[in-house]
Design a protein around this ligand. Structure first.
Ligand code: CU
Length: 179
């Protein structure tokens, strides 16, 4: 399956233009690249003032429509994860040694009715983080060159992060609009 998000449907013309522009000519067909320590969306949205207070304003934000699938690709050389931040985030920050100004001042939330999502199969972010700490290549790591995709069915705000690089500030937001 290669059903991609708005960047695929809404930016088909732009994709062609990019290819023609010879920016390496890769014709990349993912929505968010994972570089050495950052998520780099192919199109970035602004977080409006009326977004929930737990949505960081200064991290890469992607806007999609309910029902869209986002595709992340690890274009870097290190393992990454895509892990949803939830009300358990404070526990994850404690496990990973994130504190002070780097820690979230408000616990992230998933939209009502939306399920937890992460690379790998976990019930929640604490289980994913424990797996990363306890197991070799645990936590749902996405090796270089591999992909992760998730269909966002419920409108609202999502915040996510990379477990190994959360202390380095590797985080992102997804804003899902009503279809
Ligand atoms: Cu990472």
């Amino acid at each position: 399956m290669d059903r991609r998000a708005f960047l695929a449907s809404g930016a088909a013309v732009a994709l062609g233009a990019t290819t023609a522009g010879c920016l390496g000519g890769t014709g990349a067909d993912y929505d968010v690249a994972m570089t050495s320590d950052a998520y780099v969306p192919r199109s970035t949205a602004t977080v409006p003032d009326d977004a929930p207070n737990w949505v960081p304003r200064d991290v890469p934000t992607v806007e999609v429509v309910a029902g869209d699938t986002l595709v992340w690709e690890n274009t870097g050389a290190r393992n990454h994860t895509v892990t949803a931040a939830t009300y358990d985030h404070e526990r994850v920050e404690a496990l990973l040694g994130v504190s002070g100004d780097a820690a979230h001042s408000h616990d992230p939330r998933l939209p009502a009715g939306a399920g937890f999502f992460s690379s790998g199969s976990f019930d929640g972010e604490v289980a994913a983080t424990r797996s990363f700490i306890d197991e070799r290549n645990g936590g749902g790591v996405i090796p270089p060159g591999e992909r992760y995709e998730h269909a966002f069915e419920t409108a609202g705000w999502y915040h996510y992060y990379c477990i190994p690089h959360l202390p380095a500030g590797m985080m992102g937001n997804v804003h899902v609009l009503d279809a």
